[in-house]
Design a protein around this ligand. Sequence first.
Ligand SMILES: C[S@@+](CC[C@H](N)C(=O)[O-])C[C@H]1O[C@@H](n2cnc3c(N)ncnc32)[C@H](O)[C@@H]1O
Length: 417
Amino acid sequence: MRLPPAIIGYTEEVLREILRFTGPADVTLSRYFRDHPRLGARERGVIAEAVYGLLRNKSVYTNFAESGNGSPMRRMTLLGLADAVGVDSLGGLTEEETEWLNRVTAIDRSLLPAAMRANLPKWLFDKLVERDGEEQAMKLAEALNTPAPLDLRVNSLKATRDEVIATLAEAPILCEPTPYAPLGLRVLKKPSLQNLPLFKDGAIEVQDEGSQLLAQIVGAKRGEMVVDFCAGAGGKTLALGATMRNTGRLYAFDVSEKRLAKLKPRMARSGLSNIHPVLIAHENDGKVKRLAGKIDRVLVDAPCSGLGTLRRNPDVKWRQTPDAVTEMNAKQIAILSSAARLVKSGGRLVYGTCSLLDEENEAIAAQFLANHEDFSLVPMKDVLAEQKIDLEMQDYLKLLPHLHQTDGFFAAVFVRK
Ligand SMILES: C[S@@+](CC[C@H](N)C(=O)[O-])C[C@H]1O[C@@H](n2cnc3c(N)ncnc32)[C@H](O)[C@@H]1O
């Protein structure tokens, strides 16, 4: 069935706003849908898919939109919608538009220049090519421009992975165990989970496999004192709390009240009572100082460019700038240095990001080690062996979508001597 012609106007309107890049695309999209309650579920789905498809392919579509007649924004909109549902499903096109869309969507993209095909901003593409070579950079770009699968983490306090697979199969929702994370499941389609008893009762949480692995290498144990320094809405906090079997004390620090507020209902669902959310004003807050030298394990899941999450947040690549990354680097080293003071002798400090850039990853780890003689690096291959995770790494954890089917993640593990 063809889509009503009005959908083109709605998509164009919201796209115009999103392409100003004044805020995250998902926030703008949610606000638009709230302001347009008449839009049905199917229309919302198509508009969202068109917007995301366009953000993923913006370089190529901008080039395509330069041909043809009429407003470039309408042409961009048509390309996004054609990407989402196919040209034949669009209602309200002129004959000329149909002919143009059929022509440009049939173009063999392998003939386009690599920098355009990668659909990355030039500064980022150049950086990746310089580091990894063009072939690898293209493979990475292609994976980053493909939507992420839906990964779940089983809450081991409430169920086993096999029990969840069996219960989901009754729904029927098909999934398979993730290759590396012991409690992960990859769902084969993208069903809505919110109303499932498994979700409401806290037996499952949505969490990328890479994020699960980052929490696991902290190695938190029963009865320990653990700090999740940048806990946000608690994706990794919940995983840590379950690994600790709901014992010990797990402090969830963050500077964002809004993010910590989102952790609370998730804590309630999970059945975890060992988590203590703490709002801090900054990384040197007195609440941090009081715990100096007392903590067994500290995770710093640092604020970063987020370029490893482009599969879910394709707008991030167009919103980030090299200057913003440089500013972030100062914050990252400041947070890591302050968090390090919490770690007791023999304790573990984990620095992680969801960035692909060396300057937010290895460079911060190296700078930290150079300035903290009382810490040494624990090679990631040893940490993975200890956690029985079957992944080949050297000094650091470096997860990449084209190699591991996860978001891009980096982690370094240090021990206090
Ligand atoms: C990558 S996000 C954390 C994601 C979270 N750990 C998860 O797994 O869902 C980084 C977090 O760092 C927080 N943050 C920023 N500056 C901070 C600071 N100075 N001290 C502590 N947290 C900070 C941000 O509010 C944000 O929630």
